[in-house]
Design a binder for this molecule. Structure first.
Ligand code: PGA
Length: 248
């Protein structure tokens, strides 16, 4: 069976002291983890968390965003090359919070994916519909449009990406998609990836949106759910460890 991937998305949370405590708690129990695992931390803490994890950690280092530009006059941006310099293995791209608050378009997301792949960093590409879109019967259309743009620009190496299905109405709301609702969308995404690549079966499709210690096992039991992108619950070591165990 394919190894599951559990990625924590700390979002804009943490401090030097809080990160140190959280990583220490995770590492103390890390022997129970036999899935792939990553911590996607705020950019200023990449160096700190890299040092805390040390060599041969079961947790890979992840970032939450990457610039669509290579380098130059882009104040505030962080390039894929810089992320690579800090040992970053994964980067979240196109999270709905960035699409919504930073105006990231499908095209921006596709270019960011290309930048990450060019540096050997695995992009975790987020797609997902709003509540209005779901209620309007648009879910499939929306997620396929979002993924199509990434496939269009990165078709030749599409099997190197990770996809995360994150329904916007489930993010940080405590309202999770049911395992069947999630599986239905994952199957649509899998079919779309299969049409683009002979290796689509090995592309992890994660579920994200209020995944927690109580619901993780049921979600992860679905045939096309290959892991989770975890926000709130990744900030609490016991909860995150329970999810990691459910995926192991
Ligand atoms: P949540 O966030 O687990 O807090 O819902 C998930 C995400 O936004 O990646």
């Amino acid at each position: 069976m394919k190894r599951k991937l559990i990625a924590g998305n700390w979002k804009m949370n943490g401090s030097l002291a809080a990160n140190e405590a959280l990583v220490a708690q995770l590492l103390a129990e890390a022997c129970v983890v036999s899935c792939d695992a990553a911590l996607c931390v705020p950019a200023p803490y990449l160096a700190q968390v890299r040092a805390l994890l040390g060599e041969d950690s079961p947790f890979s280092l992840g970032a939450q965003n990457v610039s669509q530009h290579e380098n130059g006059a882009f104040t505030g941006d962080v390039s894929a090359t810089m992320l690579k310099d800090f040992g970053v293995r994964y980067v979240i791209v196109g999270h709905s919070e960035r699409r919504l608050h930073q105006g990231e378009s499908d095209t921006h997301v596709a270019i960011k994916v290309r930048r990450a792949l060019a540096e050997g960093i695995t992009p975790i590409v987020c797609v997902g519909e709003s509540l209005a879109e779901r209620e309007g019967g648009m879910t499939e259309l929306v997620v396929k449009r979002q993924l199509a743009s990434v496939i269009h620009l990165n078709g030749h190496c599409i099997s190197e990406i990770v996809v995360a299905y994150e329904p916007i109405w489930a993010i940080g709301t405590g309202k999770t998609a049911t395992p069947q609702q999630a599986q239905d969308v994952h199957a649509v995404l899998r079919a779309q990836l299969k049409a683009a690549s002979d290796h689509a079966d090995r592309i992890p499709i994660l579920y994200g949106g209020s995944m927690n210690a109580a619901n993780a096992a049921d979600l992860l039991a679905q045939p096309d759910i290959d892991g989770g992108l975890i926000g709130g619950a990744s900030l609490k070591a016991p909860d995150f460890l329970t999810i990691l165990k459910a995926a192991s």
